[in-house]
Design a binder for this molecule. Structure first.
Ligand SMILES: [Fe+2]
Length: 141
């Protein structure tokens, strides 16, 4: 049995929920910070990142509701106007995708023993890892 109480599990999930919502907003902002022909190149990738990330947030929110709770969301995010090229945008996306992956790995360590929750987090880690790999492949020189 997990050492975590239900309230603690909800707290973990809320943290992941905020992580995903923040990443989604960052994707949305990034997708619109790349201009010119670079936008043609990475715009679709960044928009897809936004959609997948907001879906992850929804999955987490469903999980929170399944536990009889309501998601809590506090965001502290500031995205200044800054135009960037394709490579800078992908590099930025990689940074926050890696942060999301790290958050899932942190959570996995804390929910150890709660098998269904562990499996859920592991499945998310697989998806997030693939995302990180895809970005890394795009950044290959
Ligand atoms: Fe995600």
């Amino acid at each position: 049995m997990s050492a975590l109480s239900k309230a603690e599990v909800v707290q973990e999930l809320n943290r992941l929920f905020a992580e995903e919502v923040e990443a989604a907003l960052r994707y949305l902002h990034l997708a619109n910070s790349v201009r010119g022909t670079d936008h043609l190149v990475v715009g679709p990738v960044l928009k897809q990142g936004f959609q997948e990330t907001i879906q992850h947030a929804e999955v987490i929110a469903r999980k929170i509701r399944a536990l009889g709770a309501v998601p809590e969301l506090t965001l502290d995010i500031s995205l200044p106007p800054e135009s960037m090229d394709a490579k800078e945008a992908l590099q930025t996306a990689l940074t926050f995708e890696e942060a999301a992956l790290e958050a899932y790995q942190d959570t996995l360590r804390r929910v150890e023993g709660d098998i269904p929750l562990e499996e859920f987090i592991r499945a998310q880690i697989v998806v997030e890892s693939e995302h990180v790999l895809e970005l890394k492949q795009l950044l290959v020189e």
